[in-house]
Design a protein around this ligand. Structure first.
Ligand code: P6P
Length: 337
């Protein structure tokens, strides 16, 4: 009989045993996340054949044109997660305020914040997209408010993403390292394929949207110029640049082979009164937990991302994350000013 491999459920239960923690609720919660991701993986894989491409003809709270699949992905996640009795509330990039669990369902102890379809501008060109999620505890039994979601990233109990690309992969951490699961469509299970993901401390690859170069602040300009100077420059080696246009695609590559992901503060964002491009609660925080759990670092240039005390549900922050030596180098440039 062919071996199936370790399923997500088996992994969470085994992790619980190893930590002497009861993981029943957690197992059920992550299984609901996995169900939602499988449903989205099918829709993304079918694309136009499922009639899910193109714009929804409306804007989200971020003022961004919503794709049909942004709206569908949000609905799929809520439908898959709200019934469990494990969540006290849900916050999403696609919703102004948090979604209270309907009274017909029991309320649980966890809060879910998620970006249903990160990189959705890639969907119409068959590029990589993903779902990013962050789970924290709801500290009391009353119905949560938006403020209850605004917890520092260091209080996350679970973080992860599902990458929809050549394979669909679920990558998660519960605070004991990072594991990757590949979707086996023949049985409809996420199977453990990358048990202990580690980010190399060094790299020769960086990721940034180079079209913003004229807006970069001195630390980022110095960092990128030195990388581009290659073997004859101060770094003494050639560098490569990749930009996926989806944070999930870039972060997954960096978790897989090292690199530095940059969406820093720049003059254009400052002029628009923004503190960054990427959102703290459901993009920067979950990815920062994954990076640190994999031996990388995650910083804004002035502070560790997981230490930030959030001030709003859709707060934006600068993001510098990946191979520890490169994050430390760029932080050093920020300190030099
Ligand atoms: P730009 C996608 O919209 C996203 O939020 C991240 O996934 C991605 O890294 C970034 O924005 C891309 O931004 O300015 O290159 O389109």
């Amino acid at each position: 009989m062919s071996q199936l491999g370790t399923t997500l459920t088996q992994y969470i239960i085994e992790q619980g045993r190893a930590q002497n923690e009861s993981r029943g609720a957690f197992t059920a919660l992550l299984n609901d996340v996995a169900t939602a991701c499988k449903r989205l993986s099918n829709l993304v894989r079918l694309g136009e054949l499922a009639g899910v491409l193109g714009t929804a003809g409306q804007e989200n709270v971020q003022g961004e044109q919503q794709k049909k699949l942004d709206v569908i992905a949000n609905e799929v996640f809520i439908e898959s997660m709200q019934h469990s009795g494990l969540l006290a509330g849900i916050a999403s990039e696609e919703m102004d305020a948090h979604y209270p669990i309907p009274e017909r369902y029991p309320r649980g102890d966890y809060l879910l914040a998620f970006d249903p379809l990160d990189g959705s501008s890639n969907i119409d060109v068959n590029g990589s997209t993903g779902t990013i999620f962050s789970i924290t505890r709801h500290v009391d039994s009353s119905a949560p408010s938006d403020i209850d979601f605004q917890q520092p990233g260091s209080r996350q109990v679970c973080a992860g993403y599902c990458l929809y690309s050549s394979a669909s992969m679920l990558v998660i951490t519960t605070g004991h390292g990072v594991a990757g699961f590949t979707l086996d469509n023949s049985v409809g299970e996420f199977i453990l394929s990358h048990p202990q993901i580690k980010v190399p401390r060094q790299t020769s690859e960086y990721a940034i949207n180079a079209s913003n170069a004229r807006h970069w602040l001195p630390p980022e300009k110095r960092y990128v110029d030195e990388c581009n100077a290659g073997a004859d420059g101060p770094r003494g080696r050639d560098f490569n640049m990749r930009w996926a246009g989806s944070m999930v695609g870039d972060v997954h590559r960096i978790l897989s082979r090292g690199g530095l992901f940059l969406y820093p503060m720049d003059a254009k964002l400052a002029a628009a009164g923004k503190h960054g491009k990427l959102r703290l609660l459901y993009e920067a925080n979950p990815m920062a937990m994954l990076m640190e759990q994999a031996g990388g670092k995650a910083h804004t240039g002035t502070e560790r991302i997981l230490d930030i005390a959030p001030s709003s549900l859709h707060q934006r922050v600068p993001v510098i994350m990946g191979s520890a030596d490169e994050v430390e180098r760029l932080i050093g440039y920020h300190h030099e000013g």
